[in-house]
Ligand binder design. Structure first.
Ligand SMILES: [Zn+2]
Length: 234
């Protein structure tokens, strides 16, 4: 179970140290040995995951590192067997994150994104913002025009982005009704509402709602188009 330096024995040693003293030094080294960048995790990362999840209820560093590894699980790491073996740990982690979300922590969005990844929705985990200043680029499914979707404090609209004019020809988005949401959109919305995250919940109804193409006036589902055009990259 090698880590990012090809070492096999250092991570278990560090985990034992982190368990004993929860020291910053051990956590720092675990961090860079287990995750190089978001698409680079190692066999040792998945091997360490169950232990990290056990530590996560009392250590924020363990919770953060376990979350990063879970978010990276969609990448091409060649560890699918190891990942499959982590199913129980990931289910346990999902429950732990949910308890943390209910406490309305300062790191709500980061925890929310880790939860989405633990639900297996890596795509939304990677792109979701806090809806203060969020833009999504989608291709209109009817005329293929590149449409800019804005969901933020300054407006919620579809537009054609122009180098000189900015976001031109804006059309208001049509948010989904919460009752009409399904799947991960429903889960995300219900969780945000439960925890009093008003801006996040409202942004989700827009992201999973509909937009009008400024060029051909056809109306399409934003999340469906966004997910289908970006999923192959994950
Ligand atoms: Zn169009």
């Amino acid at each position: 179970m090698y880590d990012c330096y090809g070492d096999v024995d250092r991570v278990p040693e560090l985990l034992a140290r982190a368990e004993r003293e929860d020291g910053a030094e051990a956590w720092d080294e675990l961090g860079y040995r287990l995750v190089l960048e978001c698409d680079l995790v190692f066999p040792a990362s998945f091997a360490a995951l169950p232990r990290l999840v056990r530590l996560a209820s009392r250590s924020a560093r363990a919770r953060g590192l376990a979350g990063t590894i879970v978010r990276c699980a969609a990448g091409s790491h060649g560890c699918d067997d190891l990942l499959a073996g982590c199913a129980e740990a990931i289910a346990e982690f999902r429950e732990l994150l949910d308890r943390h979300l209910r406490s309305r922590p300062d790191d709500y969005l980061a925890t929310f994104r880790n939860s989405i990844a633990a639900e297996g929705q890596y795509h939304w985990s990677a792109v979701l913002g806090d809806f203060t200043d969020d833009f999504y680029q989608v291709a209109c499914p009817h005329c293929a025009a590149e449409v800019t979707i804005a969901i933020g404090g300054y407006g919620r609209y579809s537009a054609i982005r122009d180098w000189n004019l900015g976001d031109a020809d804006r059309r208001d988005l049509r948010p989904a009704s919460p009752d009409g949401l399904s799947g991960i959109g429903r889960w995300m919305h219900q969780t945000a509402v439960r925890d009093g995250e008003v801006v996040l919940a409202d942004g989700i109804t827009h992201l999973f709602g509909q937009a009008e193409c400024p060029r051909c006036a056809s109306v399409f589902n934003i999340a469906d188009e966004y997910a289908s055009s970006h999923r192959p990259l994950m």
